[in-house]
Each structure stands twice: as C-alpha cells, then as structure tokens.
Write a protein that binds this ligand. Structure first.
Ligand code: FES
Ligand code: FES
Length: 216
C-alpha cells in the first residue's frame, strides 16, 4: 500500500468520509440552510454562515517546483485544480478526480501524493514537484528519459503520474528491486497495460540516476 492509498484509507477511517466528500457535502448543506430548509439535523444558521464563509477565497503561499506562488484560493479547491487551471502546469493530469487512478500524482516534500485528493490549502509550506519540475533545463529528467527509452507508454494519459510515482520511489529507494518497483507504482493505473515497460523504465531510471547508464 503506498502513501496515497494509506492517506485515503486513513481519512475514511477517521470520519467515515474523505475530507473532499465532507467539503462537497458541506457546500450542499450550506445551500439548503441558506434557503431556510435545514439539510443536516441539528444544524444552525450560524453553521450555515460558517459553511458559506468556507467558500471565500483565502491567500495561500505554495512552493511549486522551487518557486513561491502567492495565490487566492477557495478552501474547496484541490491542488490538482490549482496546478492545472491557475498555474497552467498541465503536465499533471486528471483522470478519476477521486483518488483511484494516480494520473494526478505529484511529489509533496518528495513523496508521491494524489493532487486531486489534496486541498491546495493543505499544500502550504510543502515543496510541491510536478512533472515540469523534473526537467533538467531544456532536457528531460532521468525518469522521463527512461520512460521514453523503454517505450513505457501507449496513450500516455497515465504517464505523468507514473513518472512522478517512480521519481518519488527512487528518491526514497535509489536501487529498488522489481517487487519494490511494483509496489511503488501500485497506486497508478495504466489502462493500456504497459506495466512491464514501466517496470523496466523504473529500473533504467534508477541506473541513470546512480550514474550507471543502464545496460538492459
Ligand atoms: S485523478 Fe487523482 S487519483 Fe485519479
Ligand atoms: S499508457 Fe494509456 S493509460 Fe497508461
């Protein structure tokens, strides 16, 4: 189980719903209360006011790919939304938008994380790395080069997330076994089934990063 899966499970264990689902439900509840029709048993008008206030934009400072970004965000906005729609970092993909596919994977303090399940506010003071942040100047980074060399993609939609998962794996484990690679990308689905080449690319990337060039 990787960190994304563990986080999702923990959030559900705490309250029976994810934070995302809570906020969505809260927004619906606020509308109901504002219209004078309490949607939640026991909820007060003050509850409604608080929930409506939660929809107002608040300032947040994010560190994305080594650059500080000062933004006004609504508390309900996900990190994936901010990256794609506000910062135009479209290397981060949205697939399921519900923590199931891994297409939106970014690194948070070096650890893979689903950006669709991360509120932008939660990312404050964290170092966020996206696919664009792996570039070495104008050149592809080691993991990106390895995916290209091993032909580890077909449609390519899952590829940014796979690359970020491998990058995160290699930062914590520079010389992973095949089993560790399989576990490291287990939170990233590939509908085209390119897993064998993804595993080979991860192995090559490990060698490239360790200066071994990779011969297989
Ligand atoms: S888009 Fe985030 S997990 Fe699928
Ligand atoms: S290459 Fe198509 S979903 Fe992975």
């Amino acid at each position: 189980m990787n960190d994304n899966h563990r986080k999702k499970k923990d959030e559900k264990a705490e309250g029976g719903v994810t934070r995302r689902h809570f906020l969505t439900g809260a927004g619906i509840g606020a509308v109901g209360l504002a219209a004078g029709a309490p949607a939640v048993e026991g909820a007060t008008e003050q509850d409604a006011a608080n929930l409506i206030a939660a929809g107002e934009a608040v300032p947040v400072t994010l560190r994305i790919n080594g650059t500080r970004q000062r933004l006004l965000v609504e508390p309900r906005w996900s990190l994936a939304y901010i990256l794609r729609e506000k910062l135009l970092l479209t290397g981060t993909k949205l697939g399921c938008d519900r923590g199931e596919c891994g297409a939106c994977t970014v690194l948070e303090d070096g650890v893979p994380r689903y950006s669709c399940m991360t509120l932008a506010l939660e990312a404050e003071d964290r170092e966020i790395t996206t696919l664009e942040g792996l570039l070495e100047g104008e050149e592809l980074g080691a993991v990106q080069r390895a995916f290209e060399e091993k032909d580890a993609l077909q449609c390519g939609y899952c590829t940014p997330g796979q690359v970020m998962a491998v990058e995160g794996l290699l930062r914590s484990n520079p010389d992973p076994t095949l089993e560790e690679i399989r576990t490291g990308v287990s939170g990233n689905l590939c509908r085209c089934g390119t897993y064998p080449n993804i595993f080979k690319a991860a192995r090559l990337a490990a060698d490239l990063k360790r200066g071994k060039g990779g011969g297989s």
